[in-house]
Each structure stands twice: as C-alpha cells, then as structure tokens.
Design a binder for this molecule. Structure first.
Ligand code: UN1
Length: 523
C-alpha cells in the first residue's frame, strides 16, 4: 500500500515555510501533453520536498485541474490510431532507445530519486535498473506478442487468436518505486500499441517526469505518452472517470484502489489493481539463521519498509526463536539511518509527515497489545542530522500473536512483527492468515519443507532462502486476495492487461459450415 502525500500547497506549516525559503531557486516543472511541456491551467504548483531534508524543495510541479487532464486524454486519443498502426517491432525500437537513455543517465536519475523519495542510492539505482530491465525485456515483445493458432473443428477452416491493444490507458503510480512501477505499466502499454496518460504520485513526480522526458528524447511521438501531475481527487478522478480511457492501471493504497475500481465498474472500464501486502518470512528450525536474519533485515528495513513486498511479519520456529530474535535486534540496531545520498546510510527516511505519524501510531498500537514486546526502535529520530527529515528507528516487535493489528495491517514503514510458532503447518496457517497475498518466504534447508510451503502458501510470489523482496521483471508480479484484482504485472503476463484477445476464424471451404451443428465424418 502506498499512501499519499506531502504536497505542500497553500497553507504552509513551519517546515513548509522553511522549505519554501530554501527552495526559492527550485526548478518549476511542467505537464507533458501532446508532445509539449505545459503549465497547468490553474497556474498553481505544489512542492516536491526532500523527505530527508524538508528544507530542500526538489522542484515545483503543476497542481493540475480536471481540464488539464481532459487535454491529456484528448492528446492520447488523437495519437491512438497512428500508434496502434505502427508495427510493434517499430514501436519496440523506440523503447530500446529509451532503455539506452536510462542506462546513460542512471546515476543522475538515481540521485534525483533519492532526493525526492528518500531511499538510499543503491536502492534508487535498483529502481532505475528495474525500469531498464523492464524496458529491454518488454521491448523484446515487439517481435513476439504471441498469439496462437489451433485446429478448427470444421474442415478447410483456420483458427487463431491475436492480441490487440485495449486503447487509451490511464496509469496511476505510487511513490515508493517512482520509476520502476511507472515503467512496469508504461512500457508494456506502449509496446502493445496503446497510448497513455500517467498521473504520478504527488510525492515523487520528478522520477516520472524523468522517464517521460526520456520517452521524448527516444522519439516516442507526441500524444503517445502524456503526464499530468496533481492530486488524486482532481486529476486522478478526472482520468479514471473519462469515458475515452479504456483501462486504468493503479498501484497504491487499498482505499484508493477500491474507489478506482468502483469508478471503473460504473463505466465498464478495465481496471488493474496492485495494492497492499502483509508479507511473511517463515524461519524453520533447520534454517541458516544468519542468512535468515540478513534476509529479514533487508526485507523489513530496505526502502524503510515502504515496499508492498516488505517483510512485515517473521514467523519463527520456537527452537530457534531466541537466537533469531537476538540476532535480528542486534542487526537492526546497527543500521545507520540518515540521508540516502550519504553512502554510509543503510536506511533513509519515510516519505512524509503523514506516513511517519501513521507508522508511529502503529508502534503505539503494538505497545498496547497484550504480550507483544517492543524489542528495538519505535521512535522518531529528530535530533542533529535527523532534525529536518522524516526519520525513524528500525523497529522490531517480538512475541507478537498472529491476530494482533501489527500482525494483520499493512504498516508500510520500518516495523516488523516476530511471531513464534511450533511447526511448519502452523507457520503456514499464520502466514496465510491475513487479508493480503503478495509475497512469502521460507528459510529451511529441507527441500520437502520448502516445497510443501511453496504449495500451501496462497500468495503471488514465493521465495525459498531469500527475503520477500527482490522480484525480477521477467516473472509475473502481483498477489492474491486483498492485494489485487487478479492481474499480474511484469513477465509476459502483463500483456494480458494491456491487450485484448481477438479470435479469428478463416473459412476457406467456400460453403456455409455451422460450428457445433454440422457433422463432420471420415470420408
Ligand atoms: C513494491 O514493493 O511496491 O520485489 C514493488 C521488489 C521490487 C518491487 C517492489 N522489485 O521488492
């Protein structure tokens, strides 16, 4: 789940006023509509602030209106026919060029992403790399986009099915993977022959801007890719409700996803949702404990726990419980929290003030739960180098019971809940006992246990002896239950979101042949 937001508009608080001073020289960015960089008709902007240092304004972005969104949709509609008719291998050539630009600019794109989003440089490098991987992998589909042929049930008749673009796609993207996730949507949409309008998260519009700018440089024609920044309630709603938009692809919070799904259902638009997770690592008594601790730290505190795939629950066999939790806490306490631009930093800030308050609220909830122990962390860091950012300590709760709120609800911050268990079957039951179904992992040296858990876990992603994070672009990404609505991004499976099937029958018998009715005999 990804929550908005820190758009600091109109009524600046203390931090905002300071930010406005420090950011007096910050660049003002534009929307991208029909190949032109244009301001919002509102004339207003919002500030994109560095969560590690709120005195720094990374840039000002258009506070767009429904009218701006209407213009972007019209542009995408205007380009749709020509883009669809451009052969897929030609479309893909432009995307390969886009991949080259992202490789060339990777360092700059990563550091700009760290400034707006907060995660450490090696992780923003990973984010840009994921966009590069997605671009290369998916552009290859320009020469595949396979359909299939199959025998027909009548003689002298040919049967096949082919993919066709769905049409105009609206992409609503989150702040935690500000380039990777837009690329998961944008690149397949384009290679399949759709035109798009992107509405990036208010917290991280710069990385999407950079991606769109690279599309322009790659020579993707005007109108094919459009970007409009602003609030979900105005521009997001205007995109979702526009009858010309055939598909909405959304990654973000469960609450927003539900609103979007409702709006799409009203007008029978296609809707692909990727929302929350309450992912789990199971640590069995035969596990390599050091490896499991490393995986837990990486999964729980990487990206400050702000991944849909974050390891927010760790179910540990009682026989190794003490050893594991001691090592986990020791490790968590050594993590250096700070500005992600500093190469010494292990964990950056969380995205904004609302997120910080929500996470700290969960720490309070956890402390009130009967039996759960706050083993480390739990506090905001706001002194010295941390004074101007949204920093908090890596936090571990132990002795958590599976039904507690901290074991059930998505916290989306650097907080993990360790739950004791006495058997693999019980671990699996606990692991499956949440409303989400994105990612799960098991640490064990026993292949039988690993396969059993793999088979029993009802999640979209499963790892053996590896953390719950780290999905690769050529495999499907998504989850069961409350995580989504049955779609998968990435892999070739994403093509089923961005295309519709057309079944084609060619009857070359020269006579009326009635399927299901005429008998065909051996003569
Ligand atoms: C997300 O958690 O929102 O598997 C996306 C991973 C990344 C993608 C995460 N490749 O952790």
């Amino acid at each position: 789940m990804v929550q908005a937001k820190k758009a600091l508009i109109k009524k600046p608080g203390k931090a905002t006023r300071k930010a406005a001073r420090a950011g007096a020289s910050a660049k003002t960015y534009s929307n991208y509509i029909n190949g032109e960089w244009v301001a919002s008709r509102s004339g207003e902007t919002f500030e994109n602030v560095n969560p590690a240092n709120t005195r720094e304004v990374v840039g000002r972005f258009p506070l767009s209106t429904a009218e701006d969104m209407g213009a972007a949709v019209a542009a995408a509609q205007g380009a749709a026919e020509r883009w669809r008719r451009l052969p897929a291998p030609r479309r893909a050539e432009l995307l390969f060029r886009l991949g080259e630009i992202l490789i060339r600019d990777k360092d700059k794109l990563s550091s700009e992403m760290t400034r707006e989003m907060g995660k450490v440089l090696k992780e923003t490098g990973g984010d840009v790399q994921e966009a590069i991987d997605c671009t290369y992998y998916t552009a290859g589909e320009g020469r595949r986009l396979h359909g299939y042929t199959t025998p027909a049930e009548m003689p002298d008749k040919f049967a096949m099915c082919v993919r066709q673009p769905v049409g105009l796609c609206g992409l609503i993207t989150p702040w935690n993977f500000p380039m990777a996730i837009p690329s998961w949507k944008l690149i397949p949409a384009l290679v399949c022959g759709n035109t798009v309008v992107i509405k990036p998260a208010e917290d991280t519009p710069l990385s999407t801007y950079n991606l769109v700018r690279a599309c322009e440089e790659a020579g993707i024609p005007p109108g094919v890719v459009n970007m409009v920044t602003g609030h979900g309630e105005t521009v997001g709603a205007a995109l979702t409700g526009n009858p010309s938009v055939r598909l909405i692809s959304f990654t973000g919070s469960t609450e927003t996803g539900r609103v979007i799904a409702g709006a799409c259902a009203e007008r029978n638009a296609i809707c692909s949702l990727e929302m929350g997770g309450k992912n789990v690592i199971m640590v069995m008594e035969d596990a390599d404990i050091e490896l499991a601790v490393e995986g837990a730290v990486w999964g729980a505190f990487g990206t400050s726990g702000q991944r849909c795939t974050a390891s927010s629950r760790i179910v540990v066999h009682k026989k190794v419980y003490r050893k594991f939790t001691e090592r986990l806490v020791e490790h968590a306490e050594t993590l250096r929290v700070g500005d992600g631009l500093d190469p010494q930093t292990d964990m950056g800030p969380v995205i904004n003030a609302d997120a910080l308050h929500k996470i700290l609220g969960y720490v309070e909830v956890g402390q009130k739960e009967d039996g759960a122990k706050l083993a480390c962390g739990g506090k905001r860091l706001d002194k010295g180098a941390h004074a101007d950012g949204y920093f908090m300590e890596p936090t571990v709760f132990t002795d958590v019971a599976p039904g507690m709120r901290i074991a059930q609800e998505e916290i989306f911050g650097p907080v993990t809940a360790v739950i004791p268990t006495s058997s693999l079957d019980e671990a699996v039951e606990i692991a499956n006992g949440v409303r989400y179904g994105l990612s799960a992992a098991i640490y064990t040296r026993d292949v039988n246990r690993a396969f059993h858990a793999m088979n029993e876990m009802y999640t979209g992603i499963f790892y053996v002896n590896s953390s719950t994070i780290g999905a690769e672009v050529h495999l499907p990404f998504g989850g069961t239950k409350g995580t989504g609505n049955g779609h998968r991004e990435a892999g070739t499976q994403v093509l089923d979101i961005f295309t519709e099937w057309k079944s084609v029958y060619v009857d070359y018998s020269g006579k009326l042949q009635r399927a299901q009715i005429d008998e065909v005999s051996f003569e």
